[in-house]
Design a protein around this ligand. Structure first.
Ligand code: CP
Length: 338
């Protein structure tokens, strides 16, 4: 792909519109091939992809492993619970072990922010060409989820040409626990880059007002923002107000495991105010799609009836789209390695 210059994929703040286009275009081609019933492509035959998940996952790990296998790569899975971590081995020495086994790409998830970036930096410093793909780090970033959400929305708005252009000018509401969500942060970088205007909606304890300026400056360590004009971010506290004029809704999981204080006193109250249901969606301007990265707390951030309504809820579509998106990322990283 012309213009692709990323040796690692660590976040989406550093992505240009050309990068988003490249990933979406390639993913769309892979999806078309999968839909013909083709089980495997020979593209990455001989490559070794290692998945190093220091934090639990169902979707992301399985999806990356399936994506790698569909491109005929070999896959090595590291299981934190049965690994030498319990003997005191560090994430860096774990990563170096898989590099020594010949891994071309390390797909890394960690509960602490910036661990994948630090490992990528250490590998580069010691002369290794192994690429690092961030599969979620602390509250910071979940780039492949941000990309699959972008692709799912682009495909909904423009089925025949799911490009970043399809998102421009859309009003997309993100509801829930923004504070603890790396998915929300990746969504913000991706969707504003494509010109969407974002409404963030949630209680003050889970959505500080400062999020309105989240994309105003590149993150520390990044010299400039590759996007000339981003969409705007607004914070609203009322779901009814947020849903006025919405084109799409993304709901987020309440991340109880990351809440150090009891930030919510009453789950029932939260569900009454911010739970997305068929009823609350009537405040939107028509039938709008609802996304959720999963796993879902049924009956908390979304009703079970809505989760199971595939005519509105795109959760299964997101999971399905995750495979071609991750195929595209792996293909781009492996084939442009130098
Ligand atoms: N969306 C997501 O990251 O799900 P998993 O934690 O199951 O990978």
């Amino acid at each position: 792909m012309s213009g692709w210059s990323h040796r690692h994929v660590l976040d989406l703040a550093s992505f240009s519109i050309e990068d988003f286009s490249s990933v979406l275009e390639l993913a769309n081609r892979f999806k078309a091939v999968i839909n013909t019933g083709t089980r495997k492509l020979p593209a990455l035959q001989g490559s070794l992809i290692a998945t190093l998940f220091f934090e639990p996952s169902t979707r992301t790990r399985s999806s990356f492993e399936l994506a790698a296998k569909k491109l005929s790569a070999d896959v090595q899975t590291f299981s934190a619970n049965s690994s030498s971590l319990s003997k005191g081995e560090t994430p860096l020495d774990t990563a170096l072990t898989y590099v020594a086994m010949g891994a071309d790409i390390l797909i890394i998830r960690h509960g602490s922010t910036n661990v994948p970036a630090q490992l990528a930096h250490c590998l580069e410093k010691s002369g290794h060409k192994t690429g690092v793909l961030n599969a979620g780090d602390g509250l910071h970033s979940h780039p492949s989820q941000g990309l699959l959400d972008l692709y799912t929305l682009a495909k909904f708005f423009s089925p025949n040409n799911p490009s970043p252009e399809a998102i421009k000018g859309k009003r997309i509401v993100i509801v829930g626990d923004i504070l603890h969500s790396r998915v929300a942060r990746s969504n913000l970088w991706a969707l504003t880059a494509c010109g969407a205007n974002i409404v963030l909606c949630g209680p003050p304890t889970l959505l500080p007002e400062e999020f309105t300026s989240f994309v105003d400056a590149p993150p520390s360590g990044q010299k400039y923002d590759p996007i000339v004009k981003r969409g705007q971010i607004t914070v609203m506290r009322s779901l009814k107000d947020a849903f006025q004029g919405a084109d799409a809704v993304i709901t987020l999981r309440l991340q109880k495991e990351r809440m150090r204080e009891n930030l919510l006193t009453d789950l029932y109250q939260y569900n009454c105010e911010y739970g997305v249901t068929h009823e609350s969606l009537k405040w939107c301007k028509g039938n709008v799609p609802v996304l959720h990265p999963g796993p879902v707390n049924r009956g908390v951030e979304m009703s079970s009836a809505l989760l199971e309504d595939d005519s509105i809820c795109l959760v299964r579509e997101q999971v399905s789209n995750g495979i071609p998106i991750r195929m595209a990322l792996l293909y781009l990283l492996v084939t442009t390695r130098s």
